[in-house]
Each structure stands twice: as structure tokens, then as C-alpha cells.
Design a protein around this ligand. Sequence first.
Ligand SMILES: Cc1ncc(C[n+]2csc(CCOP(=O)(O)OP(=O)(O)O)c2C)c(N)n1
Ligand SMILES: [Mg+2]
Length: 326
Amino acid sequence: MKIPKDIIVRLYRTMLRIRLAEESLVDPIIRGEIRTPVHLYSGEEAIAAGVCSLLNREDYIYGNHRSHGHYIAKGGDLGKMIAEIYGKETGCSRGRGGSMHLIDPDNGIMGIVPIVAGTISLALGTALASKIRDDKRVTVTFFGDGATGEGVLYESLNFAALKKLPIIFACENNLYSTHLPISEIRVNENISETAIPFGIKSIRIEGNNVLDVYESAKMAIEQCRKGEGPVFIEFLTYRFRGHVGPDDNIQGSHTDIRPKDEIEKWLKKDPIIHLNKIMLEEKICSEAEIATIHDEVQKEVETATQFALMSNYPNPSELMNYVYAG
Ligand SMILES: Cc1ncc(C[n+]2csc(CCOP(=O)(O)OP(=O)(O)O)c2C)c(N)n1
Ligand SMILES: [Mg+2]
């Protein structure tokens, strides 16, 4: 195995932090204690974990409505994220943003915004700045298959290629845009081919295999740091939960709901279980060591949740603070 053992264990821990943090939100959502719309990333953790594990703190990322994983993997604080989801003053956006507006510029988390494709063009800004300053930083913009229906993606690909920007277009293709299957929104289901006419290096990989994600991101990041960017990566994946909220969106006669057998097929490709097996087979960790990682992560999530629950809501008199007047 080419990837060092300590990195493999770190990838596992990051995926687990994302999974357990998100799953801890499920019951409070059902009980109505969390009021912000929550788009769970469960099932897609390998992408954020693999890509962000290779980024430095100074590198930049941008996300979309489904970005808890990107925030956590890039070094965002778990307590501040959960507090934000509960709408608390201690949240990373002071409780004003909720799940879809996470930010932490000190850790390079520049903007997580639910306007589909909205952050793709913003990411060109930091990439252009890095190019001008020659600071060797890399920008990664994460977006879904649904964003490929927005014209700004194509304008951004053109500009990035024209200026040879150090940017990675990371498309998380989970085969659905809300409840629409990809076959109903694209003539060509191979999204990676989108970037080819712009002369951008483009690859398509299994997004549920964190080791493949890691290798492809390593290549892309090295290319960007050498000044040979941009790179487009399509990660094939699947969300385990509903489009918004924990609901499974399981079938029915309507075409906008995902078929049960499809969900079951993808549950067997759980990225965490996949890496767990490899770690045991390759004797990277014993079962007891993996159990310890689970216990540690569970405790971390509980501490973060306590922090969120103990925090205050913003004072209503400060409602208009941080709002820009035109
Ligand atoms: C410009 C814009 N149009 C429509 C919406 C409503 N909307 C929210 S999420 C979503 C689907 C996004 O699908 P995809 O990009 O594949 O991300 P996924 O939810 O699958 O992770 C849509 C259409 C929006 N937020 N912004
Ligand atoms: Mg999608």
C-alpha cells in the first residue's frame, strides 16, 4: 500500500467525525429542535476527507448546501458548527447562517452557500489572487451534479483555463439534483467530460473509495502548486439520507423518489466500512484500536453538542448586526 498508515488512520478518523457529527443531528431534527434546513452528507464523506487531508490551512475551499463534511475536514471547529446549526451566538456564523452558511476564513473555509453553483465563480477570486501573488495556495470548489446545469460553471471553467488558475473543480456526483435523477437533467451523464473542451485536465473516479480520492487529489493539488492547474475531478458517490433532512426518500411510483434497491446497492459501498475492512485486512489497526477511535470521536461529538446546547441564542436586539445596508 502506497499511502502511509498514519494517513490512512487519519482519513478514517475524519470520515467518522463527519458521520457521527451528522448522525447526532438526526434525532434533534426529527424532534424539531433544529430549525435550519439540514442537508446531510452521510455516504459522501470520503470526498471531503480525501481532498482536504492534502490541503494546508492556508489553502482555500468553497462549498454548497451540503458542506458539513468540507467544513469539518478542512479544520473547522465541530462545536462552532453544531452551535451554528442550533442557531446559537457561538456558531461559526454567530447563529445567523445555519447549516448552509458555514465559514471560517482562518482555516481557509471561505464560503459555504446554498445558491447552487454560487460559489464556483467566487472560488476563481482566491485562485486568481494566489496566481498573482504566486503564494502556491490551492483553491478547491466543491459542488454537486446539479450545479452543472448552471451557466456560471462554464464561464468559470473558461476563465480558470484561460488564466491557468490553481483551482480544483470537485464535482460530487451523487446522481441526483434534489429528487431529479441525473438522466433527467443532462444529455451526457459523464460530467468529467464537461471540462475537456476547455483543455482542462479532467478525471472521473469512485468517490466512495477514500484512497482513490486521496490519490486523485494529490495529483491535482501537485499540478496546481506547480502552476499547471486547473483540474476537474468528478467523484461518483451517493447520499445515504434524504435531499434535505434525514428522511430516506424511498420510492413510490413517482420518478422523483429514489428506488429502494438503488439505495441498498449504495449502502453496501459505505466509504467508512470500506476503509474499515482495508485497515483490518492490511493490519493497519486492530479491532480494538478502531473501537478506540470510535469512542474518541463519539466523545468529541458529545462535547461539541454540549457546547452548542449550553450556548445562548443571539440577542434579538442584535438581529440587524452584520447585515450590510445598500
Ligand atoms: C440557483 C439555485 N437554484 C435552485 C436551488 C434549489 N436547490 C437547492 S439544492 C438543489 C439541488 C442541488 O443538487 P446537487 O448540486 O446535485 O447537490 P446535492 O443536493 O445532490 O448534493 C436545488 C435545485 C438553489 N438553492 N439555488
Ligand atoms: Mg447531486
